[in-house]
Write a protein that binds this ligand. Structure first.
Ligand code: PAF
Length: 293
């Protein structure tokens, strides 16, 4: 796999691809790649000639006291995985190459970044939209793929692309889970064995919310309550939020109908985990759904 470490070299390569009329798909990541990331790579392929992955632990999206320093970094392991997965191009820049010390410009999507995770992580989504905007400019990809695991991020980025008239096609890929239901995340490796058992409660709680809906419950507080009770059984687990929101504005629902995002964030020990499910709730039943791109 071709590895490029600085922006100038990347621009040259991107210009060559464009001159050759090759369609480029981009999968932005922060590295520490797992099967979830590799599924994004496969999702990028249809209709695309070259697939690129960026690996960059973006300091701008970490708040003070968060895990920027200890975020797992494993470039050699990542490159081996990407090589095996048939990735064509990897961009792995240094922070100094990406952000000039005198930089003063950020990209912010109003409102959508303040709710859900934005309440405990102020500034996080501004960091995400800023780096993704820069990556879109550097790569000019025809397709970009993000995981639905970060559902709020997906909704924020979809708004950014629409608002700024980007021609890129976004694709969202379903969550990849461990056998016991735990959503794959680079942060799972922080979990000790007891915490790992409690971490499984996030997906179990989503299952309880879904079961309540399938039993006919349409009151959002009651559905959320079913999820909360599962989470409260965890010894090492502390709830950040359990919310049922619409998938465009991310506003809390009172009654559940149509497409709903059931989103959970919780600390398990010192590790903050998120999980979610998108459901289509109608008169006749409940079906798992995907965020519309
Ligand atoms: O989802 C992630 O890993 C990051 O938020 C992203 C999109 C790569 C931006 O740094």
């Amino acid at each position: 796999v071709e590895v490029i470490q600085d922006r100038r070299a990347l621009r040259r390569r991107v210009h060559e691809l464009r001159a050759a009329h090759l369609r480029l798909g981009l999968v932005p990541t922060m590295g520490a790649l797992h099967a979830g990331h590799l599924s994004l790579l496969q999702r990028a392929r249809p209709g695309i000639d070259r697939v690129a992955v960026s690996i960059f632990v973006n300091p701008l999206q970490f708040g003070p006291g968060e895990d920027l320093e200890r975020y797992p970094r494993d470039l050699d392991g990542d490159l081996a995985r990407l090589e095996a997965a048939g990735c064509d191009l990897v961009f792995a820049p240094s922070a100094a190459d990406v952000y000039a010390p005198e930089a003063r410009t950020t990209v912010q999507v109003e409102g959508l970044g303040d709710v859900l995770c934005g309440r405990t992580r102020p500034g996080h989504f501004r960091g995400v939209t800023t780096i993704v905007a820069k990556l879109f400019h550097l790569f000019e990809p025809q397709v970009a793929v993000f995981g639905q695991k970060d559902a709020q991020q997906a909704v924020v980025l979809r708004r950014m692309v629409r608002d700024l008239d980007w021609a890129v096609e976004l694709r969202f890929a379903p969550i990849v889970r461990e056998p016991d239901g735990l959503a794959m995340s680079s942060r799972n490796r922080y979990l000790g064995p007891d915490e790992r058992r409690d971490a499984q409660l996030l997906s179990a709680a989503l299952g309880a919310a879904r079961a309540a809906l399938e039993a006919g419950e349409r009151d959002a507080a009651a559905v959320g309550g079913a999820a909360r009770r599962v989470l409260e059984s965890g010894r090492w687990l502390r709830i950040d939020y359990v919310e049922l929101v619409d998938t465009e504005r991310l506003q809390p629902l009172a009654r559940v109908e149509g497409q709903v995002l059931v989103a959970i964030a919780a600390w398990v020990g010192g590790t903050r985990l998120i999980d979610n499910v998108v459901l289509e709730v109608g008169d006749t039943g409940v079906a798992e759904s995907e965020l519309r791109a």
